[in-house]
Design a protein around this ligand. Sequence first.
Ligand SMILES: Nc1ncnc2c1ncn2[C@@H]1O[C@H](COP(=O)(O)OP(=O)(O)OP(=O)(O)O)[C@@H](O)[C@H]1O
Length: 502
Amino acid sequence: MDEPDAAHQRNGPAAGARMHGLFTDADTGRLTVALTLLDSCLTVQRISSPPSSEHLDLRDCLGSRAHRGEREDQDAYLCVYFYPNRRRWMASGPARQRDERRFRLPLSTDENDEDANLREAERWARAIRHNTGTARRPEHTQGVLFSEVRRPRGLMVFVNPQSGRGQAMALYNSHIQRMLTEADIPHKLFITERQKHAQDLVKSADLTQWDALVILSGDGLLFEVVNGLMERPDWEKAIQTPLGILPGGSGNALAASVHHYTGEPPVWGEDLLTSCGFVLCKGLISKLDLISIRLSSGARVFSFLSLAWGFVADVDIESEQFRQIGPMRFLLSTLLRIASLRIYQGKLAFLPAENECESDTACFSTTDSRLPDHLLVPLEQPVPQDWTLLEEREFVLVLAMFQSHLGEDLLAAPDARVDDGIIHLFYVTAGISRITLLRLFRAMQYGTHMDCGCANLVYRRVRALRLEPLSEAGVITVDGEQVEYGPIQAQVHKGVARLISA
Ligand SMILES: Nc1ncnc2c1ncn2[C@@H]1O[C@H](COP(=O)(O)OP(=O)(O)OP(=O)(O)O)[C@@H](O)[C@H]1O
């Protein structure tokens, strides 16, 4: 804390002050507190002994409100809600933590105007909310601030009560409801009752009623929402509805990616939820890449996160049986699968990102008019000539990442960005030892797996890919959800959706 500026107190507010006033401590009603509102900071100076001064950064502020005291109390109160990044204890990393500040304005001495103190507190709350909305981080040069476009509609918040360890409703009650109220964001809760419930709801929803669709669950529920939007006749407009993600599942890869894009140190569990809640209330609306995925049956799905075959897909699906242990389920399944390591036979081809010009021959022609896949040809035809077809036929895993994180603590593609228009393709060829594979996954926690010097691990930046498994049975996952097994191909569509992100 800074020492109080005696001259400042004598002479009034500092230059640039939007408002200046005297309050008392909300709890004791005794200490005198001088508040000064600047463009991007609220200064709190305790004038009474011991004097002190604090500068509270409005970029960390979610909102502010004024209210009358309870029952007989005629004083007015000003509440300001901050979520600064702080260490909980010395050894822990910084994480956003709630810090509510309350200040009291005593009942007006003017008997003819008993509401004067409440009006003054409301004037402060309005001014703080205004400055909170405009106090942007200087690095935010792109995108639209969500606070500028939202209201008066609200959020459609989907909660899957079964996701993760079944705690999503408790997380809503303990964190999200309060944060949205503090940020003055209206919302309506939709508790999903079955598979595809969220998909059906967004297919038929009147989207003009909502500012954004928010998912408090794992990535699977957002996958349903994205595909529900893309199945609508008005998909082109519908997919422009901003999406928000709050971690309530066990993988929470997109939520971890959104946090990663803030540039803040990694956090997990409820700290990740608070961070994503903060991003949701304050964040920018960014463009989001969607990846069109074609399955051998002719079905098509849209993905925002990942496509996996081999080791990663097996671990994802096999870990379902350990759902009750939360995110640890992936670690346990990884160890079990490493113990019985498999080789997967298949063909892999891709269009390198540096091949900017699009193939003349490629153009997937179907009756489906949604987002034509101009980089793909039908699966029965050979890939276009400007594609790379690998000679390797034996893999341990193929993993295409569209965002940075594969799980809360797996930073698979550190350079990925929300709308970079790139598929970050990793594959591990047969011949890798168990110990090296384990080392790779440990390094992936810090995003340093490419620094391990493992010759079996290859990373390519691509725009489209095709995978043809040669073994009869196996598992392929898209965004962590199992899809039909067989030849599959994908291409990126840059920034066609929108995500509330950092
Ligand atoms: N009430 C419900 N009961 C059962 N399944 C549901 C319900 N609501 C949604 N689902 C389904 O649960 C599936 C998994 O949801 P989701 O991915 O959000 O959670 P998760 O699997 O716990 O998270 P993660 O993918 O991070 O492990 C989705 O396919 C969704 O359709």
